[in-house]
Ligand binder design. Structure first.
Ligand SMILES: C[S@@+](CC[C@H](N)C(=O)[O-])C[C@H]1O[C@@H](n2cnc3c(N)ncnc32)[C@H](O)[C@@H]1O
Length: 294
């Protein structure tokens, strides 16, 4: 299978021809994904895509759109779930939040600690190595003003219900959960044409992918090729968060994504990729904000 060169992440390869996920269970699904993320981290941290040295020099802070949505974060406590090696997390620290990043990759967490130290942010940033589906326990049942989740997160998780239970429990009264992720319609599209090729809804069995490519550096090959991934419909995500006790405030479906996820996308604005003019607009990412009231 070919991995498309960019985006966070590409959809999985074709479902296993015999039986999706055969021969492996939930522990192996998570272990295989973790092995690949450990390996990817080493590649990503050295990649021009993440440009860690440039980040340390420029300190760009959070994306403007996210800053506009979440407002002034000075003094707020923010947890970034599935933080990778922490650049977005540390951007929020630069904006004045006290931040915690959580990821299940020990390599990513070690790298995040190192970058925080180099950025002089170690006092206001801590990183915790844990599975997001056990986040509440790993974080000592703390709660936060902002639970932040960004691109390429939910597809690694078998159950959005379990993710929402954990994530919502981390939101303190009056606090908010922010999610910007790949739209499940985009996740379900074929590589080479805007046609549905994969399921839109959550399936208990994963899609199996065997790709040696990663979005941040198309010149490097991965040794740990196998991953297990899941799609989650927008309704499933929203309903799970409401069941978790949150109120939905914002749900925006975007006809853009941040990279050329599919070869047929065109750059519609700097850093935004959409369907070509004249063709049907397709949801490629979505943003959700939800609040714990009271
Ligand atoms: C695509 S990356 C997130 C990228 C992030 N938005 C960025 O640009 O840096 C997905 C992250 O999810 C993490 N991850 C995947 N499954 C996880 C799990 N079950 N628990 C915690 N982290 C997980 C991976 O280690 C990886 O760092």
């Amino acid at each position: 299978m070919s991995d498309r060169p960019v985006d966070l992440p590409g959809p999985p390869g074709p479902p296993d021809p015999v039986e999706p996920g055969r021969g492996a269970g939930p522990d192996e699904w998570a272990d295989a994904n973790r092995r690949q993320w450990d390996e990817r981290t080493g590649i990503h941290v050295a990649s021009p895509f993440y440009d860690v040295e440039g980040w340390l020099r420029d300190r760009p802070g959070p994306r403007r759109r996210e800053r506009d949505l979440l407002g002034d974060v000075r003094g707020l406590e923010l947890v970034h779930l599935q933080c990778h090696f922490g650049l977005d997390t540390l951007g929020w620290a630069d904006a004045g939040a006290v931040v915690t990043g959580l990821d299940f990759s020990p390599v990513a967490i070690r790298t995040a600690d190192e970058i925080a130290a180099r950025a002089g942010l170690a006092e206001r940033a801590r990183f915790v190595c844990a599975d997001v589906l056990r986040a509440t326990e790993a974080l000592g049942h703390s709660t936060f003003d902002i639970v932040y989740v960004s691109l390429g997160a939910l597809c690694w998780l078998p159950s959005v219900e379990r993710w929402a239970e954990q994530s919502a429990a981390l939101v303190r009264p009056g606090g908010r959960l922010f999610l910007h992720d790949i739209h499940p319609v985009a996740w379900a599209l074929a590589d080479d044409a805007p046609e549905l090729a994969y399921g839109y809804f959550e399936d208990p069995l994963p899609f199996v992918s065997d790709s040696d490519r990663t979005y941040a550096d198309s010149d490097r090959s991965l040794l740990n090729t196998r991953t297990y991934e899941w799609n989650h419909g927008v309704g499933e995500v929203v309903t799970a968060l409401i069941r978790g006790g949150l109120r939905l405030d914002v749900l925006e479906e975007h006809d853009w994504t941040v990279h050329q996820r599919f070869p047929w996308l065109v750059e519609s604005a700097p850093g935004r990729w959409s369907s070509p003019p004249g063709s049907p607009r397709i949801p490629l990412t979505y943003t959700l904000v939800a609040t714990r009231v009271g």
